[in-house]
Design a binder for this molecule. Sequence first.
Ligand SMILES: [Zn+2]
Ligand SMILES: [Zn+2]
Length: 189
Amino acid sequence: MKNDPQFIYLIPLGDVGDKHLEIIAESIQEQFSLAVKIATNQGIPAYALDAVRQQYNSNLILRKLIDTAAPDALKVLGVTQVDLFNPIFSFVFGEAQFKGKGAIISSYRLRGNPDSAPKIGCPPLISRLEKEAIHELGHTFGLKHCADPDCVMQYSVGLECADRKFSYFCPACRELMIWHLSTDLFLRA
Ligand SMILES: [Zn+2]
Ligand SMILES: [Zn+2]
């Protein structure tokens, strides 16, 4: 059916860069074997700004992304450049609804020190964004953190850790993801 939830929506929130979005979309398509649609830019999520912290509440963004998801969206992934926090952590690279519909990622902290220029030899921001996108979407498909240091589902404490891992699933996580995906689609059929 035309409107069955079957697409992963990539939703730009602010100045994310078309090239980056295309690369992330391709990477997601490859890892999840699902078609990706890049949505209209929704702009910086001003409604989620905490005036005191000067950061954006990822819980609020996530809720809005889920509430306004298109009927054919199986998952929605917001991509922004603003600094995100949630009630538990003083900042987050991203956040996802476990076994849910939505996830959000930000490039802000992935740049390293946001105030300084990237160091020479520093892995490009795009590879960090790709990993973060796949990691958070992995959570929406029911994947938990993985002990394999190469796996994209490994919990990265810092950027060094994140740079070490690959942008794809280890065999065990891949198998689990395919299983979750088939039950997810089956339940909706
Ligand atoms: Zn995680
Ligand atoms: Zn794994």
